[in-house]
Ligand binder design. Structure first.
Ligand code: SF4
Ligand code: SF4
Ligand code: FES
Length: 228
């Protein structure tokens, strides 16, 4: 079996390794698909749903997360249709409402064209992106944290709420958490949450080049921007 496939992303033919995800390939080719829960070299969970694309097959398109979609020969992918932009903007808006005190979330929302948030703010301290859980298990082999609870009570915690001896105290779970990057003004007070939008450079870039990377805080910190 050949190790490489050719697919089409936004009308451009691209060549990729069979093991790659559509998101990996898009980033490699400088096509900015917003994403939050994806971490290069770590398995993907499909948690944030920001990276949605249209996968066109037999004349029909299916909306799916690009980080969990493996490339295939002759695949046709659309990353930036009206439908995708609208859905992605709504997902980003909901994310800001959930966790307005993350600059990473704010930046990504800006990139997705969010100008105001129509949903009530919940001011959560976790987006449930699972970056920390996967890093702990896959990079450090520790499995010292995991998801607990269901529905609105779902959260990340140590087993029985106590840091176990096998935690390596590497702090990766904190360093790569989108919640650790606070908006420039610092944490927003309850009742005063908003879309920050104070970064004039990013606002201008997004208005002039709506589909390009805005060098969001996650990209700067975790390397996706180096491809853009
Ligand atoms: S500090 Fe502990 S819980 Fe956090 S990633 Fe490292 S081993 Fe896992
Ligand atoms: S603690 Fe941070 S990295 Fe972990 S799931 Fe929540 S937002 Fe994501
Ligand atoms: S990056 Fe694909 S679902 Fe979050």
């Amino acid at each position: 079996m050949q190790n490489y496939v050719t697919l089409t992303i936004d009308g451009a033919p691209v060549r990729a390794s069979r093991a790659d995800s559509v998101l990996d390939v898009a980033i490699e080719y400088g096509i900015c698909i917003p994403h939050l829960c994806h971490v290069p070299t770590i398995s993907d969970l499909g948690a944030c749903r920001l990276c949605i694309v249209e996968h066109v097959q037999n004349g029909r398109s299916k909306v799916t997360t690009s980080c969990t979609l493996r490339v295939q020969e002759d695949m046709v992918i659309r990353t930036n249709t009206d439908k995708i932009r609208k859905l992605r903007r709504n997902i980003a808006e909901l994310l800001v409402a959930e966790a307005p005190n993350s600059r990473a979330v704010q930046d990504i929302a800006l990139r997705c064209g969010v100008k105001q948030v129509r949903y009530p703010f919940r001011n959560k301290t976790c987006t449930l992106c699972g970056r920390c859980v996967r890093l702990c298990a896959e990079l450090w082999g520790a499995r010292a944290i995991g998801f607990v609870g269901r529905g609105k009570d779902r959260r990340v915690d140590f087993p029985f709420g106590v840091r176990p001896d096998f935690c390596k105290e590497c702090n990766s779970c904190i360093d790569l958490c989108p919640m650790t990057i606070t908006p420039c003004d610092g944490p927003m007070k309850t009742g005063e949450e908003r879309l920050c939008g104070k970064c004039e450079g990013q606002l201008l870039m997004n208005e002039n080049f709506p589909d390009f990377c805005v060098w969001c805080a996650l990209g700067e910190g975790f390397g996706c921007a180096r491809h853009a």
